[in-house]
Every structure is written in structure tokens, then in C-alpha cells.
Design a protein. Sequence first.
Length: 114
Amino acid sequence: MMNIRQQQFEDIKENKYQAFVVKAKQFLQKNYPERTNQLDEKKLGAIVESSILRAESYKIVTEQGIISFLELMFSISFDFDSNERTNWTRKILNEHQLTEPEKIMKIINTLNKF
């Protein structure tokens, strides 16, 4: 039987987290070049990392959910969940009975009505 020490587990978790940050940055650079070209790697990484925390506060924790959250940030505004124009999204994000995909789709469907 193989035992994994807590430190090994934490190292694996950190490596997976960093790999996701890199993957998310690459996704944004490919799909939102007009927004990411003006950001250096460090700033883009900071945006991704802070968005992970923001998404988690709305119970969005999967890679796909966080990527969708980033897409909303880059297509609407970085503060879409708190700015005056689009703060209605916060109500949807806080609907605990909705799944991650349902939250994202409800926001997209509402945006399409405008």
C-alpha cells in the first residue's frame, strides 16, 4: 500500500493549480488577444488567480466553470459581478440551487435578451 504524506498531497495540489493557471492564461491569450496583449504574464496570472478566488466565492470551482467565469470577465467587464451596469449577475451567481453551468447559461441567456 502506498502512503502519500500530507506535504506530497499539497505539492500535487499546488502543481495542479499552477498548471491550471497556465492553461487559463493560454486560453485567454488565444481567445481574447485584444484584451491580453496589453497585459504582461505576471498581471495576467494575477487576474486569473484572483478570478479563481472570486469564482469560488460563488461556488464555481471546476476548471470549466472558472474558464467560463473568466470568459464573462473578458467579454463583459473584469468586475461584471459588482459594477453598476451588470451587478444583476451577482444575484444569479448567488443562486445556490443552480449548478455552475446553469449559472453561466442564465447569465448568457439574460445578456442575449439585451
